[in-house]
Design a binder for this molecule. Structure first.
Ligand code: PMV
Length: 290
């Protein structure tokens, strides 16, 4: 008999990079899931090809939640690995929930996020905790370093599309690049950070009002700040161009930039479908937050 658990993917709505340096950020738990199934087995085994990091992450989560690693692990996912959509966190949350089921209990969102954090450390060394909180909780959350993530009110339907430029930017290097801009030119960075904090406040209001038009504009403005930090690429600009020409309300880099994904906001489900079709070669798909 199998024990199952699920975890969500993630996208950053406003504030990537700035969150690293203490500003607020808003993240979305994408309603696209990774599902892990565990079957009791004599020792740890996998029904799929996987590397040492995933094996180590799996061991840590199983030890922590189930008190042992005697399982065969299977996984399916509704979104791609290594695209900046938080696959590793969604895997760790799904695994933690499946392990709890095997131990005859259920994990709350906070507990699942905490257990998954142990696994995430095997993948990322020093993860911020954003991905695993979103993978466990879903919905929309406000983040600030050193504080518990805070679920945000969503007062309407937001039709998002996410497109993958196909080449994930090296997060560590890009974070380093932004840190050196901050150190080398504190007054310019400070002005960008102030603008970002203003966007966060306005985005919280737009989400609560269900105002997609206003949120789209804020996403465009956030992209402008990220582009000024040198995080855009010609493919990202191309994806944004196609989205905006086809009726998007806004479009931005999501995650580290330098490649990776573009998050697009559409006015309705029909337009979201059209934009995803136009961006088919970038693996674009739509999802709804409400
Ligand atoms: O590389 P991604 O998509 O997981 O996004 C990283 C987001 C950053 O703000 C750049 C880094 C971080 O730890 O918050």
């Amino acid at each position: 008999m199998g024990f199952e658990g699920t975890g969500y993917g993630k996208a950053i709505l406003i504030g990537e990079h700035f969150v690293v340096h203490g500003a607020r950020g808003i993240g979305i738990g994408m309603p696209r899931k990774t599902t892990v199934t565990l079957e009791k087995a004599p020792s740890l085994s996998f029904s799929f090809e996987c590397g040492d990091l995933l094996k180590e992450a799996t061991r840590r989560v199983l030890e922590k939640v189930a008190g042992g690693t005697g399982f065969k692990v299977s996984v399916t996912s509704e979104f791609p690995v290594s695209a900046g959509m938080g696959w590793s966190a969604s895997y760790c949350v799904a695994l933690a929930r499946a392990a709890a089921a095997a131990a005859g209990r259920e994990l709350g969102d906070r507990e699942a996020a905490k257990a998954a954090f142990e696994g995430e450390r095997a993948f990322h060394g020093n993860p911020s905790g954003i991905d695993n909180a979103l993978a466990a909780h879903g919905g929309v959350m406000l983040f600030k370093r050193g504080r518990e993530p805070e679920p945000l009110a969503v007062g309407g339907k937001f039709h998002f599309v996410i497109a993958n430029s196909g080449k994930k930017g090296p997060t560590k290097e890009l974070v380093g690049k932004v840190s050196s801009i901050r150190a080398g030119n504190p007054s310019e960075y400070g002005a960008l950070e102030e603008a970002e904090e203003w966007l966060i406040g306005k985005a919280i209001e737009a989400l609560a009002r269900g105002d997609a038009k206003a949120l789209g504009k804020l996403m465009d403005e956030n992209n402008e700040l990220l582009a000024r930090l040198g995080l855009s690429t010609p493919i990202i600009d191309d994806i944004r161009g196609v989205a905006l020409e086809n009726g998007a309300l806004g479009a931005k880099i999501t995650g580290a930039g330098g490649g990776g994904c573009v998050l697009i906001l559409a006015p309705d489900a029909g337009k979201a479908g059209e934009i995803a079709d136009k961006l088919g070669k970038y693996g674009a798909f739509g999802f709804l937050i409400e």
